[in-house]
Ligand binder design. Structure first.
Ligand SMILES: [Zn+2]
Length: 116
C-alpha cells in the first residue's frame, strides 16, 4: 500500500494509544495505522477486524524457541523478514486493538452507510 503522504496532526485521528504505540486513522486516505514499537501496519477498515483476530487468536503465528523470550513468530509478505512477539508484546498490542475496536466498527458502519 502506497502511503507516503505526510500525516500532520490535523488529519490524523487517534483512537487508542499506550507507551508502545497507537491506533488511528489518516483522514486523507482513511487508512488505519497500527503503530506498535517500530512496526507500522497500514490497513483498511475492512481489514482491521481480521488483523485484530489474527493477533488476538495468534493465527498464523508459530512457536519460535530461543532463550530470549520472544516466543511467537509471524511471517510478513517480505521475504526473510519476520516479526517476533513476547507474551507481553502481544498483550500490549491486543490492548491497543481492543480499545480501538468499537470506534473502528462504528467507522466501518458509517462508511458502509455512505456507500449505500
Ligand atoms: Zn493517509
Amino acid at each position: 500500500m502506497n502511503h507516503n503522504h505526510h500525516h500532520d496532526g490535523g488529519s490524523f485521528r487517534t483512537f487508542a494509544e499506550n507507551e508502545f504505540g497507537y491506533v488511528g486513522m489518516c483522514e486523507g486516505c482513511r487508512t488505519i495505522n497500527v503503530a506498535f514499537q517500530n512496526s507500522l501496519f497500514c490497513l483498511t477498515l475492512d481489514q482491521i477486524g481480521a488483523f485484530t483476530k489474527l493477533i488476538a487468536d495468534r493465527l498464523t503465528m508459530r512457536p519460535f524457541c530461543t532463550t530470549h523470550g520472544k516466543k511467537l513468530i509471524l511471517a510478513t509478505p517480505v521475504p526473510n523478514y519476520f516479526l517476533l512477539f513476547s507474551e507481553a508484546d502481544l498483550a500490549n498490542l491486543c490492548s491497543l486493538l481492543t480499545e480501538a475496536a468499537p470506534i473502528l466498527e462504528a467507522e466501518r458502519i458509517l462508511e458502509l452507510s455512505r456507500l449505500n
